[in-house]
Design a protein around this ligand. Structure first.
Ligand code: ADP
Ligand code: MG
Length: 252
């Protein structure tokens, strides 16, 4: 059975893409069949997976508009052992162009249903907004992973996201659940980070992943080489943390 996970948080820079790419690679390293979908026009997950957003011909944009089939867009990432549905800046226009199309919220879900059985895990990297693209991600997903930095405003944004998820559940996807909150870029010496982390655990209990992703320079370097951190420096704290997260995801 496939598991489809949307990695989402409307805040930018919280580690969605880093988590999507490195979780995909870490799951693939355990011999699972994995598909990563880049739903962000910034295409950082595409670049971080070694596909050039400036030259890629077919993207998730054309799939959402119904111009080409999802199969023909897939890129096989041999080194990182997962498949990628790439994105590029064209996707920014999809927001407007999809409004007029029928079933605009569930277009990704419909397309994915054609190939989902080929995979154990499908990871969707969402854009930093609660927009129609994110909505497509949430409608296609079984569960949501929310990466967050443990800082003051993090909790504020969380309630908007939780409300959006509730609405999606009522209108489109009754089984959608929050699988977990992931603490990213964590610095244990930072007292505020520690306090916010404690608050998170009080509010969300076992919905908070045990694995904590530390701030680690190797994680920030790897996208520059177009590879997941696992193939950049496997011994780094960042690589080890995402391997640990993959184990936790496998055990759910
Ligand atoms: P988002 O997709 O939520 O916008 P990113 O994953 O792109 O966030 O992360 C934002 C920036 O922070 C990127 O430059 C990324 O390389 C860096 N980054 C993410 N996670 C870490 C980490 N754990 N340690 C160090 N840098 C990180
Ligand atoms: Mg991103």
């Amino acid at each position: 059975m496939v598991k489809i996970l949307a990695v989402t948080n409307q805040k930018g820079g919280v580690g969605k893409t880093t988590t999507s790419v490195n979780l995909a690679a870490s799951l693939a390293a355990t011999d699972k069949q994995v598909l990563l979908i880049d739903l962000d026009p910034q295409a950082n997950a595409t670049m971080g997976s070694g596909t050039n957003k400036l030259t890629v011909k077919h993207t998730v944009y054309q799939v959402l508009l119904g111009e080409i089939s999802i199969e023909s867009v897939r890129v096989n990432n041999l080194q990182a052992k997962y498949d990628l549905i790439p994105s590029n800046r064209e996707l920014a226009g999809a927001e407007v162009e999809m409004v007029a199309l029928p079933k605009r919220e569930t277009r990704l879900k419909t397309e994915l249903s054609k190939i989902e059985n080929e995979y154990h895990y499908i990871i969707i990297d969402c854009p930093p907004a609660l927009n129609l693209l994110t909505l497509n991600g949430l409608c296609a997903a079984h569960a949501v992973m929310i990466p967050m930095q443990c800082e003051y405003y993090a909790l504020e944004g969380l309630s908007d996201l939780v409300n959006t998820i509730k609405k999606v559940r009522t209108k489109f996807n009754p089984k959608l659940r929050i699988e977990g909150l992931l603490r990213t870029m964590f610095d244990p010496r930072n007292i505020l980070a520690q306090q916010v982390s404690d608050q998170l655990q009080q509010h969300f209990g076992n919905k908070v992943y045990r694995t904590v992703i530390p701030r680690n320079v190797r994680l920030a370097e790897a996208p520059g080489f177009g590879i997941p951190v696992l193939y950049h420096d496997r011994q780094s704290k960042g690589a080890q943390a995402y391997l640990e997260l993959a184990k936790e995801v496998l055990n759910v």
